[in-house]
Design a protein around this ligand. Structure first.
Ligand SMILES: Cc1cc2nc3c(=O)[nH]c(=O)nc-3n(C[C@H](O)[C@H](O)[C@H](O)COP(=O)(O)O)c2cc1C
Length: 169
């Protein structure tokens, strides 16, 4: 799959088969995330891989609307590290770039994924900090559910010329 096709065809997948994800694929997802751009190249991120059913169920208790975790084989919690980057606005952007890289890599590997919003919802942040015993300088930003797709949403046409501005508004 070429990159342009991958970008246009990726959709959020919220239902997964019971096929396990090979550990080599998890390594590739994490590697892709760590190759994302980051402010001043400070790479101020940390990743929690959740691959135990019991733990996924506990996450579901913290984020009740994350019903995709019911069939997910794994999830990755992308966190910012305030020791490496003081500016929370940059942390959000860095982690978002890493999240998108990870999701595109998943798509390239034939895996489905869905971005589950964490930051800036205070109760979700504190619930995950408690569940994973995160140090206070590690801020959860986004969660990505993962698994082989059990649904196949079609690509949408999203290109809107009226949203493009050349040289002035
Ligand atoms: C910051 C952010 C938070 C999101 N949070 C959720 C979420 O909590 N639950 C969910 O089902 N999808 C969530 N999504 C996925 C969006 O709903 C999805 O990307 C959007 O509907 C477009 O569909 P697509 O991913 O299939 O292109 C989130 C996406 C982003 C970027």
């Amino acid at each position: 799959m070429d990159l342009f096709s991958a970008l246009l065809n990726r959709r959020s997948i919220r239902k997964y088969t019971d096929q396990a994800i090979p550990s080599g694929s998890i390594d590739k997802l994490l590697k892709s995330a760590m190759y994302a751009p980051s402010a001043m190249n400070n790479q101020a991120w940390q990743f929690i891989v959740v691959n135990q059913r019991k733990k996924l169920d506990k996450v579901l208790k913290v984020i009740s609307h994350a019903e995709m975790l019911n069939s997910a084989q794994a999830a990755v919690l992308i966190c910012g590290d305030l020791n490496l980057e003081k500016n929370i606005d940059y942390i959000q952007q860095n982690c978002s770039a890493a999240t998108q890289n990870l999701m595109l890599c998943a798509h390239g590997l034939g895996l489905g994924s869905c971005w589950i919003g964490v930051y800036p919802v205070k109760e979700t942040i504190s619930g995950l900090q408690e569940l994973f015993k995160l140090p206070e300088y590690v801020i959860p930003i986004s969660l990505v559910s993962l698994g082989y797709p059990a649904e196949n949403p079609i690509a949408e046409d999203r290109f809107k010329t009226e949203k493009v501005h050349f040289n002035k508004w």
